[in-house]
Design a protein around this ligand. Structure first.
Ligand code: ADP
Length: 722
């Protein structure tokens, strides 16, 4: 639409007229009149005076409409274009001459979106105004994202035409798509477990902007000078891995810049020897390097075999931006994968170390049990005075070694979470008496004092895990003994809280030994650590005791801490909660029997595969007057039980053919009460053995830890025998 230039007078007239029109609020009506005039609806109204006035108004309105920066089309009720403005011509490429009279649908609505045309009836339904983002196409057939406002033109409430206002939102849309693409690719890079799974996402996302039928991602390996294609899609070629040599990709990687090459550019490069084309020749090649931390890791490229104008410089810019983000996402993913891999390896290494330690400890423990067992036998056999010293040293060293091995095994079990705590009733006074007996004896030999003080009223009958409590206190007391040369060791117990069913008890193990520097207070609770590098040399130890104590206390919901200074002794304090038992729950232990009397004539079946262990047990049992029958595995034990009567079974839990756990399960399920109810005392290498969860519910009457202490074995048999 050509607008004639305006004179000054015409402009003043226009201004006045416009204000007048505004005053009358009749712009719309006048516009409609204009429309009618345009479409020849209202010929009759045009008298000559009016005609002059109307023509000025027309010019004014046409100017107004042309000045608006949005494309406008006025469409009559038959869907024919009546008028378009200048922006419409700019956006869609149709001059008014080309557009007016054509069906609007034919003009700018793409074939596949014909259903998307907005009819006056639909606009009327939406209160005469419809707003939507959609796609229209220009004269050349290029699709354009537009925001459309369609309104009806009404005269006396009757629809006479409709008005379409189009705004080009391609750039907004593209930016939004790019954001979306980047977001989806970064998310995929973080979420996919395998980096290979990211490439299809990249392709799918890029296809939102470009045709990805001829697209590839090539990663460059400098060492072998090869390009590997984690993604390759091409109408004509198929590559997975190619020598990089003189490919365009390698050339682009070397250039470190994005490139857009058309046929002639490629020919020039080929002639100059910069590139040697591989595969079918294309019309256009657009590639961008994948940069990760200054290093180019590969290239991402689009090709087209038909149209050399398929990609523009603008496409290169956009692709470059996306490629940078992709490279960062890939790099981040590779880093995460490396971290995951490293931690997995570390975990595996830790696990195999743990496995090795467990196996070794187990393996060492078996012969060690035998040595200690034989030593105990030797001590029973009235050795000569000079032999006595050797045997006692042998027993001491054996026991010490066994403690170390058990510590390693225990710690590994705790690390792998295979630890359960018992909730049994026990008598605190009896428990403390045992501690007192053991440690006063050991303290005396070092000329140290030893006492246990109850600082307030403590319940005597507790529910908890006495074996673990003993383990914690023994570790602390052994340390106190080890690191104290003069003075003494004192244990204090105090009830911190008490309710009807439970109590919280504070235990303090205090010594007057060498003390621990303040900066080492946390450190010593870690595994395999000692306060000073020469501790092992002077005092021995593995640095595991306190780590075990800490774990044992914390796993039971308590806490442990130390108060100490170099040269001023140490005080280890821990707090644990216990249940309070009914009196009747405790089986009164009474004093230990003075002699080994009471088992004479009893028939005991010993199921034990280890010959030396059996030899030792047999010696003791015979000494106590017991009639012993030997079974080398669970199966033999069961068949002996069928045939003979016994008063008790001493059952090793680890045995070939049929182990003690299975054998006990069969015994407890037997229909014959003579077999089902027989007392079973288990012989086990460690209470925390991995079989622990399998022994629950087995109804084993008691446990004797190997290597057994003769007194312990005797008491447990006496307590349970028929
Ligand atoms: P270990 O005694 O086998 O070396 P622990 O974990 O039991 O390992 O103890 C770690 C370190 O803490 C000891 O090596 C020692 O340096 C210090 N320590 C522990 N208890 C005491 C104590 N009662 N007095 C002085 N130092 C102690």
């Amino acid at each position: 639409m050509i607008i004639p230039p305006f004179s000054k007078q015409a402009m003043t007239d226009f201004k006045e007229k416009y204000e007048e029109l505004l005053k009358e609020n009749s712009i719309l009506r006048r516009e409609n009149e204009f429309l009618r005039a345009k479409s020849g609806i209202d010929h009759d109204l045009r008298t000559s005076g009016q005609r002059e006035k109307t023509s000025r108004e027309n010019v004014l309105l046409e100017h107004l409409i042309d000045s608006i920066p949005e494309a406008i089309a006025i469409i009559d009720l038959e869907d024919r274009v009546v008028m378009v403005n200048r922006e419409f011509t700019d956006l869609f490429g149709y001059t008014p001459g080309e557009a007016v009279g054509r069906y609007a649908d034919e003009l700018i609505i793409p074939e596949d979106l014909k259903h998307d045309s907005v009819k006056p009836s639909e606009i009327a339904f939406e209160n005469h105004r419809v707003t939507r983002n959609t796609i229209r196409c220009n004269k050349a057939g290029k699709r354009i994202n537009v925001s459309l406002i369609a309104t009806n033109v009404l005269i006396d409430n009757e629809i006479v035409a409709s008005l379409g206002i189009y705004r080009d939102i391609s750039i907004e849309k593209k930016n939004q798509t790019i954001q979306e693409i980047l977001y989806n690719i970064s998310t995929a890079a973080l979420n996919q477990t395998d980096i290979k799974e990211i490439y299809p996402t990249i392709v799918q996302e890029l296809s939102k902007i470009w045709d990805t039928n001829n697209f590839f991602i090539a990663l460059y390996d400098k060492a072998s000078d090869t390009l590997s294609m984690p993604f390759f899609s091409d109408e004509k070629d198929q590559f997975e891995r190619v020598p990089a040599r003189k490919t365009i990709s390698k050339w682009a990687i070397g250039l470190k810049k994005s490139v857009l090459l058309k046929v002639n550019d490629m020919k020039c490069l080929e002639n100059s020897g910069d590139i040697a084309l591989v595969g079918a020749p294309c019309k256009v090649w657009m590639g961008v390097p994948l940069k990760a931390e200054k290093e180019i890791i590969g290239v991402m490229a689009f090709q087209d075999y038909h149209d050399e104008d398929k990609f523009s410089q603008e496409d290169v810019t956009v692709l470059e931006f996306i490629a940078n983000q992709i490279a960062i996402a890939l790099q981040r993913r590779i880093m995460i994968d490396n971290v995951i891999m490293a931690s997995r390896k570390a975990e595996e290494a830790a696990q195999s170390k743990q496995q090795f330690m467990s196996t070794m400890s187990h393996e060492i423990r078996t012969p060690l049990n035998e040595v200690i067992g034989i030593t105990n036998l030797l001590l029973q056999g009235n050795p000569r005075e000079d032999q006595m010293d050797y045997i006692k040293t042998l027993r001491f060293s054996g026991n010490h070694l066994l403690t170390l091995v058990n510590d390693v095994l225990d710690y590994n079990k705790m690390e792998s979470g295979k630890i359960e705590f018992e909730k049994t009733s026990f008598n605190l006074s009896d428990f403390l008496k045992d501690i007192q007996r053991t440690y006063s004896f050991r303290s005396k030999s070092k000329n140290l004092e030893f006492d246990i003080t109850r600082q307030n009223e403590l319940p005597d009958d507790l529910i908890g895990d006495p074996i673990r409590l003993n383990q914690i206190l023994s570790n602390l007391l052994s340390n106190a003994l080890k690191f104290t040369q003069k003075g003494g060791i004192h244990v204090f117990l105090k009830a911190l809280e008490r309710t009807a069913g439970s109590t919280k008890i504070e235990f303090i193990v205090k010594d007057t030994g060498i003390g621990i520097p303040k900066d080492k207070h946390d450190y010593i609770f870690e595994s395999y650590t000692q306060a000073s590098p020469d501790t092992t040399r002077h005092y021995g130890g593995t640095g595991l005791g306190l780590a075990i104590c800490k774990r044992l206390v914390e796993l039971q919901g308590g806490h442990i801490e130390v108060e100490s200074e170099t040269g001023k002794g140490s005080a280890f304090r821990f707090v644990l909660s216990f249940g309070i038992a009914e009196k009747s729950e405790i089986t009164q232990k009474g004093d230990a029997p003075e002699s080994y009397a009471g088992l004479e004539g009893k028939r005991i079946l010993v199921a034990e595969d280890n010959k030396i262990n059996f030899f030792v047990a047999n010696k003791f049992l015979n000494g106590w007057g017991v009639k012993v029958t030997h079974a080398e595995n669970g199966r033999i034990a069961l068949s002996l039980l069928e045939k003979e009567d016994f008063d008790l079974v001493l059952m090793d839990l680890h045995m070939p053919v049929l182990d003690g756990i299975e054998a006990t399960r069969i015994i407890r399920n037997s229909d014959d009460p003579r077999i089902r109810d027989i007392p079973v005392v288990a012989l086990t290498a460690a209470i925390m053995s991995e079989t622990h969860d399998r022994i629950d519910n087995l109804n084993i009457n008691d446990y004797v830890l190997k290597p057994f202490k003769p007194r312990d074995l005797f008491e447990k048999i006496l307590k349970n025998v028929r």
